[in-house]
Design a protein around this ligand. Structure first.
Ligand code: AMP
Ligand code: MG
Length: 498
């Protein structure tokens, strides 16, 4: 190490992002602060595709500066990190002020993507929490963001995952990690509830105007409610939420904590905690060990989202004006959800969109779901095998193997083949293989990555990142990640503690 550093390495690189526009809204929306440093940070995984999407040079992710910045150990000149304030309903009850208790918004890129650290230390909104996230939950969030994106489901993204030996105390001592999340915005329904509850209509309007100007400009110029941009916003959010829920239900994704503070105003899946992709098809499955009432059971999710939208409507009422208008703005949710869900289930069945009009369609879908529920059939494996059967890559036996009531299945297959023939669409049939994933981030799959990472082996996290980004590909040699859950998986307990 004798040569002097060259010019490129001595010049201070410019920060890849600037203070988030959100900070322009005013001090009532956030607290300016510094992340709390963590010792000895190390990379676990990086996502150059997300860097690129955000307009950040992927090579920056290779630098020690990036490691320190994305751990929260240094703050780049010209950027002001902030934690935002929100409130919300948790498990059906008003929880009052919450806020970014462990999320810190570092800034925003020129491409309008916000860069947020999760687990970077306490904030004024941490309440009793330590502002940290443990390795296991951070691996789950990092991988699931990318898995959802790979499945084509709207979600916040993950750009980096960093670990540190610093201890974090949960039920037992664990170690700290920080996920860098990327999204056009992290604004939640709860941000609106916060200002509405305080009767701060001025701030409420500012927030709504910000969201409309940045993300829903069409609400100013058109929509069902003519000149009422706020009612148009409510309707647009309802529709995006309905589409997202249809996608969750179709793929078998259980969010686990659908509190209003975990609902994105952009209709993105946000805040991955005790989520689960269904193993067996159990419609009332509850994936969150802390959800003793089953409020967020899989089959409750669509109506919970509606409930949350009604609270958003209530929060926006001072801007919307009439109660009837607010109610009308969210009223389309059930219909949009039902329609979108049918479209997605038709696609899973290899049927074209128009087939959902056929009287047999709903009956056929329902009888399949009933059979799957009665026999606790593995949800993802059934759909994948059905795709292979329809596309001539496997035979009916592969389906009969995983069903108990085989005659019922046989009868169903006959009726299904009739509907397929009546609506013959080779493209839709072929598309089953890019609609029904071979790989989803089941609990046991995440757990394998977590166990290896806890031993210092991050290769499984990185392999899974690869696989889950392209979950419809075969990925030869990776069969174990597409397989049924092993017996030990039933003992995995996932709770809010993360
Ligand atoms: P969640 O259930 O993860 O959506 O979190 C609900 C609220 O608790 C949010 O305001 C979080 O910021 C906060 N929170 C959760 N875990 C922690 C933690 N370890 N430290 C500080 N705040 C937390
Ligand atoms: Mg949350």
């Amino acid at each position: 190490m004798t040569s002097a550093p060259d010019a490129a390495s001595t010049s201070t690189p410019e920060s890849p992002f600037h203070t988030a526009d959100f900070a322009d809204l005013g001090p009532q929306f956030f607290t300016a602060l510094q992340p709390t440093p963590l010792p000895e940070p190390h990379w676990i995984a990086r996502n150059p595709a997300v860097a690129q999407l955000a307009g950040i040079d992927p090579q920056w992710l290779e630098t020690d500066e990036a490691l320190q910045v994305l751990t929260g150990n240094i703050v780049l000149p010209g950027t002001q990190p902030i934690a935002t304030v929100y409130s919300g309903h948790q498990f059906g009850v008003w929880a009052g002020q919450l806020g970014d208790g462990r999320a810190i918004l570092l800034g925003e890129t020129d491409k309008g993507k916000e860069i947020q650290l999760k687990g970077a230390g306490r904030t004024p909104y941490s309440r009793m929490g330590d502002g940290r996230a443990v390795l296991r939950s951070s691996i789950r969030e990092y991988l699931c963001s990318e898995a959802m994106h790979g499945l084509g489901i709207p979600t916040t993204r993950a750009m980096a995952l960093i670990g540190s030996p610093a201890p974090v105390y949960r039920e037992q001592p664990e170690t700290a990690a920080v996920v860098t999340r990327v999204s056009p915005s992290f604004i939640r329904f709860g941000h609106f509830e916060h200002f509405s509850t305080r009767r701060d209509t001025h701030s409420l309007r500012q927030l709504a105007d910000h969201v409309i100007d940045q993300f829903y400009p069409a609400c100013r110029t058109g929509g069902a409610f003519e000149n009422n941009a706020y009612a148009n916003l409510l309707q647009a959010v309802s529709e995006r939420t309905a589409v997202m829920l249809a996608q969750w239900q179709a793929v078998g994704f259980c969010h686990g904590v659908m509190n209003t503070d975990n609902m994105s105003i952009l209709g993105l899946t946000i805040d991955y905690g005790p989520f689960q992709f269904l193993d067996a098809y159990v419609p009332d499955h509850v994936c969150n060990h802390s959800d003793s009432q089953g409020r967020y059971a899989f089959d409750q999710q669509p109506s919970v989202a509606y409930w949350n939208l009604l609270y958003l409507a209530q929060a926006l009422l001072p801007l919307v004006g009439e109660v009837d208008t607010a109610r009308a703005a969210v009223a389309s949710y059930p219909e949009v959800f039902a329609h979108e869900f049918k479209l997605r289930m038709a696609a899973k069945l290899g049927l074209p969109a128009k087939s959902i009009q056929a009287p047999e369609f709903v009956e056929l879908l329902q009888s399949l779901l009933d059979l799957m529920a009665q026999d606790a059939v593995d949800y993802s494996i059934f759909w994948r095998r059905l795709s292979l059967v329809v596309n001539g890559k496997a035979d009916n036996e592969t389906l009969r193997d995983i069903v108990l009531q085989r005659e019922v299945l046989d009868g169903w297959l006959v009726r299904y083949r009739e509907l397929l023939a009546a609506h013959e669409d080779p493209k839709a049939q072929a598309a089953m293989l890019t609609t029904n994933p071979r790989f989803v981030l089941r609990n046991h799959v995440g757990e394998i990555a977590i166990r290896a990472a806890t031993q210092g082996d991050f290769s499984v996290v990185n392999t899974l990142q690869d696989i889950l980004t392209t979950p419809f590909d075969e990925h030869p040699g990776q069969d174990s990640f597409a397989d049924f859950p092993p017996d030990w998986a039933s003992h995995i307990s996932i709770s809010c503690s993360s």
